[in-house]
Design a protein around this ligand. Structure first.
Ligand code: HEC
Ligand code: HEC
Ligand code: HEC
Ligand code: HEC
Ligand code: HEC
Ligand code: HEC
Length: 271
C-alpha cells in the first residue's frame, strides 16, 4: 500500500512537471510496476523494449526529451539515455537506428532483416560491395540528412526517398526508381553505358542468385560461357570475342573471366 502511494506520488509529480500530453502517448503506467513505462522498457530483449515501442511510433525520439532532457542527459526523469547511447548526439547518432555498417546482415530501422522486404532489399550487397564491385555510398541513392530532424528524414512517408546523386560518376539522367514496382531502370551500374544493356530493369527485392549474373548488365546472360555472356552486344568487333578478354582488360578480369579487382569493375570507366 505504501509503495502504491509512493508510486502515484512520483507519477503525479512527473505529470505536474509538465508532460501529461506525452505521457498519454507513452506506455500507460498502470501495470503497478516500479517504472513509469512498464516492465522491460530498458531491456533490449523484451517485447516491451523502448526500441520496439519507438519502432511502432515512427522512431520519433523527440517526445522523450520533455522528461529525459533536451540532450537526453536525464532531465526531470533523472534517467539519462546517454549511459547506454554514449556516441555523439546520444540516441540521435545515425548508428542507433542504421547500425555501424559492420553488420553481417542489413537491418532496417524497424528491425527487419529479410531481403524480400523493400526497406532491406539489396542494401547489403550494394553498401558492402562484393565480388563484382566496390561499396556504393548511401548518397548515391538517397539524400543524406545532416541530423535526425532534417527535413525529409523522419517525414512519415511510407517509403524511403530514392534520389540519384547527380555528382556521382554513376549518374545517368534517365535512370529512374519506381516506388510502385520497387525497381531501378536505366542505371549506369546495370548497363546504361556505351556497349551495355542500356535499359535493363532490376528489382530491389529480387533475391534470386541469377538476378545480377554475368551478362545481365552487358552482353547476354542466356549464353553458355562467361566469355559469351559478358561480351558486349555492341562496340567490340566480332574478332575480340575469340581473344582473351584479359589481354585488354587485365586490370579487371583474368583469363577465366573472374573479376580480379572489383574496384576496377563498375567504377565508372573502362579499364
Ligand atoms: C512523462 C515523462 C517521460 C517521458 C515522456 C518519457 N519517459 Fe522514459 N522515463 C521516465 C521516468 C520518470 C523514468 C524513470 C522511471 C523508473 O525507472 O522508475 C524513465 C525511464 C526510462 C528508461 C529506463 C532507463 C533506465 O536506465 O532504467 C528508458 C529506457 C526510457 N525511459 C525511455 C524513454 C523513451 C525512449 C521515451 C520516448 C519514447 C521516454 N522514455 C519518454 C519518464 C518519461
Ligand atoms: C539501459 C540501456 C539503454 C537506455 C537507458 C536507453 N537505451 Fe535506447 N537502446 C538500448 C539498446 C540495447 C538498444 C538496441 C535494441 C536492439 O537492437 O534491439 C536501444 C535502441 C534504441 C533505439 C533504436 C530503435 C531501432 O530499433 O531502430 C532508439 C531510437 C533508442 N534506443 C532511443 C533511446 C532513448 C531516446 C533513450 C532515453 C530516453 C534510450 N534509448 C535509453 C539501450 C538503452
Ligand atoms: C531514431 C532513429 C533514426 C536515427 C537516429 C537516424 N535515422 Fe535515418 N532513418 C530512420 C527511419 C525510421 C528512416 C525511414 C524514414 C522513411 O521511411 O521516410 C530513415 C531513413 C534514412 C535514410 C533513407 C532516406 C530517407 O530519408 O528516407 C537515410 C539515408 C538515413 N536515414 C540516414 C541517416 C543519417 C545520416 C542519420 C544521422 C544523421 C540518421 N539517418 C539517423 C531512423 C533514424
Ligand atoms: C543502390 C542504391 C541504394 C544505396 C546505395 C542505399 N540505399 Fe537505402 N534504399 C534503397 C532502396 C531502393 C530502398 C527502398 C525504397 C522503397 O521502399 O521504395 C531503400 C530504403 C532505405 C531505407 C528504408 C526506410 C524505410 O522505409 O523503412 C533506409 C533506412 C535506407 N534505405 C537507408 C540507407 C542507408 C543508411 C544507406 C547507406 C548505408 C543506404 N540506404 C544505401 C536504395 C539504396
Ligand atoms: C583487343 C582489345 C579488347 C579485347 C580482347 C576485349 N576488349 Fe572489351 N573493350 C576494349 C576497349 C578498347 C573498350 C572501350 C571501348 C569504348 O571506349 O567504347 C572495351 C570495352 C568493354 C566493355 C564496356 C562496354 C563497351 O563496349 O565499351 C566491356 C563490358 C568489355 N569491353 C568486355 C569485354 C569482354 C567480356 C571481352 C572478352 C570477350 C573483351 N571486352 C575483350 C578492348 C578489348
Ligand atoms: C551489376 C552489373 C554488371 C555485372 C553483373 C557484370 N558487369 Fe562487367 N561491367 C559493368 C559495368 C558498369 C562496366 C563498365 C565499366 C566500369 O564501370 O567499370 C563493366 C565492364 C566490364 C569489363 C570491361 C573492363 C572494365 O572497365 O571494367 C569487363 C571485362 C567486364 N565488365 C566483365 C564482366 C564479367 C566477366 C562479368 C561476370 C562475371 C561481369 N562483367 C558482370 C557492370 C557489370
Amino acid at each position: 500500500m505504501k509503495r502504491l502511494i509512493l508510486l502515484s506520488t512520483v507519477l503525479s509529480l512527473t505529470l505536474i512537471i509538465g508532460a501529461c500530453s506525452e505521457l498519454k502517448d507513452e506506455k500507460s503506467p498502470t501495470q503497478g510496476n516500479s517504472t513509469i513505462h512498464g516492465v522491460g522498457f530498458a531491456n533490449a530483449a523484451s517485447e516491451n523494449s523502448h526500441a520496439k515501442f519507438l519502432q511502432k511510433n515512427g522512431l520519433n525520439t523527440q517526445t522523450c526529451k520533455s522528461c529525459h532532457g533536451y540532450s537526453y542527459e536525464g532531465g526531470t526523469a533523472n534517467k539519462s539515455c546517454l549511459t547506454c547511447h554514449n556516441k555523439p548526439d546520444g540516441p540521435e547518432n545515425c548508428s542507433t537506428c542504421h547500425g555501424t555498417g559492420n553488420e553481417t546482415v542489413w537491418k532496417d530501422p524497424y528491425g527487419n532483416t529479410n531481403s524480400t522486404v523493400r526497406s532491406v532489399g539489396m542494401h547489403q550487397i550494394h553498401v558492402k560491395g562484393g565480388s563484382l564491385g566496390s561499396p556504393v555510398p548511401c548518397k548515391t541513392c538517397h539524400v543524406i540528412p545532416s541530423k535526425v530532424t532534417s527535413a525529409g528524414h523522419l517525414d512519415g512517408a511510407v517509403h524511403a526517398e530514392i534520389r540519384f546523386d547527380t555528382t556521382s560518376v554513376f549518374y545517368r539522367s534517365n535512370a529512374v526508381y519506381s516506388a510502385a514496382n520497387v525497381t531501378c531502370s536505366n542505371t549506369y551500374c546495370h548497363g546504361n553505358f556505351n556497349g551495355g544493356n542500356l535499359t535493363s530493369t532490376m528489382t530491389w527485392t529480387d533475391t534470386s542468385s541469377t538476378a545480377a549474373q554475368c551478362g545481365s548488365c552487358h552482353g547476354d546472360a542466356s549464353k553458355a560461357t562467361l566469355k559469351e555472356k559478358a561480351f558486349p552486344k555492341t562496340g567490340h568487333t566480332a574478332a575480340t570475342v575469340t581473344s582473351d578478354c584479359g589481354t585488354c582488360h587485365n586490370a579487371v578480369v583474368n583469363s577465366s573471366l573472374a573479376i580480379i579487382n572489383p574496384s576496377r569493375h563498375v567504377n565508372g570507366r573502362i579499364d
